[in-house]
Design a protein around this ligand. Structure first.
Ligand code: FAD
Ligand code: NAI
Length: 484
């Protein structure tokens, strides 16, 4: 079979892969992108975890459930009465599916627009391509039509999948990964989650808002250890007040589905923080204990592509693997498992192939948790600064003192600045509160431009706006807030 030859072949069309393919095509390379994700009718569904079972569908359900919560709990404060509030979960989930499809179609359109050849199927390394083939790597595509491509450069962007608890595989009916968690067709009476990380909090919030009794079991004794401790404490207080039950420091034991004469349901045996044996009985269980890189079936062994003990592709700081002309980006490599990190790496690799010198700084990759209140941060936390013995100043400002937050009726949380004690350079910004996901962008720009807290404090922010809380927190670093 004659092989099709490309300058760049990308395996995986998640945010890392599809963005890398578009950027490579923009730079003038003949580019192919292979992805195996299937929609409900078996057709292509590019966009990866993020588009199909991650960022996009979770935010669609978070938005719907937030509307429901506002209508039920907060409209009254605005003088708006509703006689009868109802919820049609199937319709809500259907809307989410439409949003996903719009994104899948959008990526197929972008491939056409940028002349990226798309192949639907599983891509795997076969062998090094011969000199007559122009060098590079032979990649087999196993799909509706089997093909062989040759890529002079190959970018692996195969992403990650949910990690299961040992002995409790996902059945996606009662023991759910993020996939099943986004397809629940009716509000469960009792919902359990293992892991109070990002997915646990976002998915737990969705189903709590819709009426489920939600319990999250977390192994670590500290809540949201990756976030700044002050922000995590504030968030924990808010979630507990909303009715999310979060048990820290537990040891999860046997997980058994459909036991004790019940047709449905899951029983989780665990030891609580005090060492006492406990049992949690729920209708459905979401397991959100982190993710594993997707490298099975990639043919890594066939060509000697180096993987680490977790199965992640080993790369250097510039996403180069141990094989010449083979790169890897996104969730399948080290670093934060975030869509925007994958995208930045994808762009950077395409530009490196073109001989450019881009740089991705993990310290300015923002984190956002789309709960209510939202949590967002960039840079170092106070505990990280303490651990490295840094001399720093802090400034905080509560949303309770911000006029726009009061008008919105959403005054939970604060903005916190951490700045170098001598130079005033911003080291980290941490937000818990309304629209933290949008507010953090200003802090990312500031850190990219190596701004000081004084720089932000002197910038004119519109009034009334939530952004004024950012300015005030910057002023607070120098103990001169104006409205608190
Ligand atoms: P993926 O998106 O996983 O894409 C990899 C693609 O490669 C998939 O389509 C897969 O089918 C395909 N593939 C794998 N192997 C092969 C093969 N051999 N041949 C062909 N195709 C293959 N991140 C954020 O930044 N913001 C969020 O709000 C957010 N929300 C999330 C919510 C949930 C519930 C989850 C699970 C994740 C969320 N994430 C979020 C994380 C984000 O989804 C990932 O970081 C991101 O998708 C990683 O992109 P990627 O391109 O590396 O991999
Ligand atoms: P996570 O790493 O965020 O959280 C996993 C949690 O599970 C941790 O707190 C961990 O201590 C706990 N845990 C691990 N094993 C356990 C066990 N046996 N018993 C009890 N608790 C246990 O992982 P999560 O939530 O699965 O999400 C995966 C990744 O997806 C995130 O790290 C993030 O990178 C990405 N994501 C990003 C989102 C965003 O940007 N808004 C939203 C959702 C996911």
């Amino acid at each position: 079979m004659a092989s099709k030859q490309y300058d760049v072949v990308v395996i995986g069309a998640g945010p890392g892969g599809y963005i890398a393919a578009i950027r490579a095509a923009q730079l003038g390379f003949s580019t192919a992108c292979i992805d195996e994700w299937k929609n409900a009718s078996g057709g292509p569904a590019p966009g990866g975890t993020c588009t199909n079972v991650g960022c996009i569908p979770s935010k669609a359900l978070l938005q719907s459930s937030e509307h429901y919560e506002h209508a039920g709990r907060h409209f009254g404060e605005h003088g708006i009465g509703l006689d009868k509030l109802s919820i049609d979960v199937k319709k809500m989930v259907g809307r989410k599916d439409t949003v996903v499809k719009q994104n899948n179609d959008g990526i197929l359109y972008l491939f056409k627009k940028n002349k990226v050849a798309f192949f639907h199927g599983r891509g795997s390394f076969v062998k090094a391509a011969s000199a007559e083939q122009g060098g590079g790597w032979e990649i087999a595509v196993a799909g509706a039509a089997d093909e062989t491509l040759v890529g002079r450069q190959v970018i692996v962007a195969t992403g990650s999948s949910a990690r299961a608890l040992p002995g409790a595989p996902f059945d996606e009916e009662t023991i759910l990964s993020n996939d099943g968690a986004l397809r629940i067709g009716a509000v469960p009476g009792k919902l359990g989650l293992i892991g109070s990380g990002v997915i646990g909090l976002e998915m737990g919030s969705v189903w709590r808002r819709l009426g489920a009794e939600v319990t999250i079991l977390e192994a670590l004794p500290t809540f949201l250890g990756a976030a700044d401790a002050q922000v995590a404490k504030e968030a924990h207080k808010a979630f507990t007040k909303q009715g999310l039950k979060i048990e820290l420091g537990v040891k999860v034991g046997e997980v058994s589905a459909a036991k004790k004469g019940r047709k449905e349901g899951v029983t989780v045996a665990y030891t609580d923080a005090k060492g006492a044996a406990q049992v949690l009985e729920v209708d459905k269980l979401i397991v959100s204990i982190g993710r594993v890189p997707n490298t099975t079936g990639l043919g890594a062994q066939a060509v000697g592509l180096k993987l680490d003990e977790r199965g992640a592709v080993v790369v250097d700081a510039e996403c180069r693997t141990n094989l010449p002309g083979v790169w890897a980006v996104g969730d399948v490599v080290r670093g934060p498992m975030l869509a925007h990190k994958a995208e930045e790496e994808g762009v950077a690799v395409a530009e490196r192939i073109a001989g450019q010198h881009p740089h991705v700084d993990f310290n300015t990759v923002p984190w956002v948790i789309y709960t209510s209140p939202e949590i967002a941060w960039v840079g170092e936390t106070e505990q990280q600064l303490q651990a490295r013995g840094a001399a720093y100043k802090t400034g905080t400002f509560p949303f309770a003192a911000n006029g726009r937050a009061r008008a919105l009726g959403d005054t939970t949380g604060l903005v916190k600045f951490l700045a170098d004690a001598q130079t005033d350079r911003i080291l980290g910004v941490h937000i818990v509160g309304p629209m933290a996901s949008e507010l953090i962008a200003e802090a990312v720009v500031a850190m990219e431009f190596k701004a000081s807290s004084e720089d932000i404090a002197r910038i004119c922010h519109a009034h009334p706006s939530l952004g004024e809380a950012t300015k005030e927190a910057a002023l607070a670093v120098d103990k001169r807030t104006l409205n608190f």
